[in-house]
Design a binder for this molecule. Structure first.
Ligand code: ADP
Length: 167
């Protein structure tokens, strides 16, 4: 059975098979967790990202992890919250599902997610947490991999919301 847990802190420090990046459509770096991942991984990550031709919202693409403790980075693009009538919920669920599908394709055993879209993309945190947990739980019902899934929360509010959502 897959171990699903919550931790608080900096995702760039986690020694897992893959961390997930909350990227933007260009995949060429940005602020928030994206900036932190590129800084920690080094410029080779950007070089590889340049070869990927961007990524659609709700989809994901994988690269190596370079100087990160994580072996890979799965870059996914969350929706910008625009009030909820623009498929934001479906697109956010798709980010988690596509990231897990790619992890399984690469036989990765451990994966850590940040709280996608809850920073500058302004997705309401409580609903984002519920969607993330529901999507991940549904995925693991039909898949033996990954063996370990970590929700890496950066702020206290998300950390509490995820503890609630996983209860
Ligand atoms: P988005 O554009 O998808 O909203 P952000 O990077 O602005 O992406 O925020 C996504 C989440 O990542 C936020 O909850 C933010 O607090 C969190 N975050 C920022 N830096 C880090 C980090 N180093 N490790 C883990 N989470 C982080």
């Amino acid at each position: 059975m897959t171990d699903i847990r919550v931790t608080k802190g900096d995702i760039t420090q986690l020694k897992v098979d893959t961390i997930v990046n909350a990227a933007n459509n260009s995949l060429l770096g940005g602020g928030g967790v994206d900036g932190a991942i590129h800084r920690a991984a080094g410029s080779e990550l950007l070089d590889e990202c340049r070869t990927l031709n961007g990524c659609a919202t709700g989809d994901a693409k994988i690269t190596k992890g370079y100087r990160l403790p994580a072996k890979h980075v799965i870059h996914t693009v969350g929706p910008v919250w625009s009030g909820g009538a623009y498929k934001e919920r479906e697109l956010l669920a798709s980010c988690y599902r596509r990231s897990l599908e790619i992890a399984v394709e690469h036989k990765l055993k451990s994966i850590a997610f940040p709280n996608i879209s809850t920073g500058v993309y302004h997705f309401p945190k409580e609903e984002a947490a519920r969607i993330a947990v529901a999507e991940v739980k549904q995925f693991v019902e039909n898949s033996p991999l990954p063996e370990e899934i970590i929700f890496c929360c950066f702020d206290d509010e998300n950390y509490l919301l995820y503890q609630e959502a996983l209860r």
